[in-house]
Design a protein around this ligand. Sequence first.
Ligand code: SF4
Ligand code: SF4
Length: 529
Amino acid sequence: MATYKRYIDKPDHEDYTFDDAILLILVFLILFTGFVIEGLRIYSTNDPWAWWSPVGLLFCIVVRLAGLSEPSALTVHAFLWYFHMLLAFGFIAYIPYSKLFHMLASSLNIFLKTSSPIGGLSPVDIISKGVSSTGAARLEDFTKKELLELDACVSCGRCQKGCPAYNSGAPLSPKVVIRDLKRHFIQKKSFFRSKGKPFNHSIIDTVISKETLWSCTTCGLCEDKCPINIEHIKRIVDMRRSLITEDAGYPPEVQKVFENISKVGNPWGDLDTKYFLATELQVPLLSEKKQTDILYWVGCFGTYKARNKKVSQIMFKLFEKAGVDYAVLGQEEKCCGDSVRRLGNEKLFQQLALENIKNLNKYKFKTIVTDSPHCYNTLKNDYPQFGGHYQVMHHSEFILELIKSGKLKPKGGKNFKVTFHDPCYLGRYNSIYEAPRDVLTSIPGLELVEMRNNRSKAFCCGAGGGRIWMEDQKEEKINSLLLKKALRTKSDVLASACSLCLTTLSEAVNNSDADIESLDIAEIVYNAL
Ligand code: SF4
Ligand code: SF4
């Protein structure tokens, strides 16, 4: 089977090396000599249990037909026995030098699996380490666990098969990233052995290109699919982090986003901050109320982007209708820093996190609710690393609570089909799969139709990891690929529960002639009241 796969089927032939041939020859010789020895033993001893060794018995029949005498059979048996032993021990000794080392490295990697959730990033001590030494620009900058992962990878390609960047034609395959780093690691080890001198050059643009690094949406599908728990995202973000010290390290559009966020706290550099919240909508401000049950985290998209502002307004209406005691931070809410951190600018992220935590800690509130899984993930999983510990709920969970408690009663009215797209940062990152589905199925007349890849196998919309800020020049964009998958369900509505997904999916729908509407679950509930 292994020979067929490598030399006839060849699904990923570029990965098969001379090492594969040596291993296959060794395995074949060990098996073959083992069966011949067994056949000779059965022949010389007239073994009464021979029927339990059918292949050995077959060789015994061949030996008998060949007319070999019993003493000659015993001599050949002795010779082959030592040869077989030599092969078997040689094979075992070769394991650490061959790709079979993954038998040990993979098990160890699974045993050492970190407890952090998918895509969880480690903080960098910017103050004592300094910005210049953050991230991984050289192989030496990876942790021992990250180097072990290079040996642990079995090149199975599961990560590549689902990767949205790879499927859209971007220059990124998580499998190839690991493979290229591994090849570099092996070359480096042999360099040490032959010349005895370390070499210390950057891997960026020599082993892994910047385009490869920028193509990742941090969707987490590769990590979900990897059978041996390799953490691709941490590695990619670590390499992105190393670019912060290079002037030309970041694409210009990303530099602009960083500049705007550090100047005024939002990616668009909009100085007319939070204009519509307090003035147009009369949304209660926490600075005036001082305490509240629900602090609604509006997020940059919910505040400034026309499509997402509609969802924020609907959330405020749902709060009013259900009699929820709520407020917003208004001007005190700065960008949470999700994209900034995933793009590798750890220094700016830490500034944002500390400022937001300082503002949040001024007030009393029970729960933070947000419609953005990116803000949700940052507030819930990233801010505790900097002392910000809050009870955070995604709006799908909160709306479900309001429905279950009878404070919101969707009536429905018409029959329609809805397919739900699982946002990566809600599903894979935080395992919230059922709440948005329960919200949707609580609406009379709504039929929920699943896409083929749903829940933990859901396809990304292409916006995460800071990709939302970058120009996408490819012909086949990730959001259009997702729209195609949604259209196969023949639904009337493509529902999502994320401000970034809503942005990219609405854009994909507007750029196509597809007869489907892109809505947030809050909008669907509000329309059904
Ligand atoms: S996180 Fe998503 S986009 Fe990035 S390498 Fe993995 S599968 Fe591809
Ligand atoms: S899924 Fe894991 S083991 Fe398989 S190729 Fe990708 S990184 Fe390697």
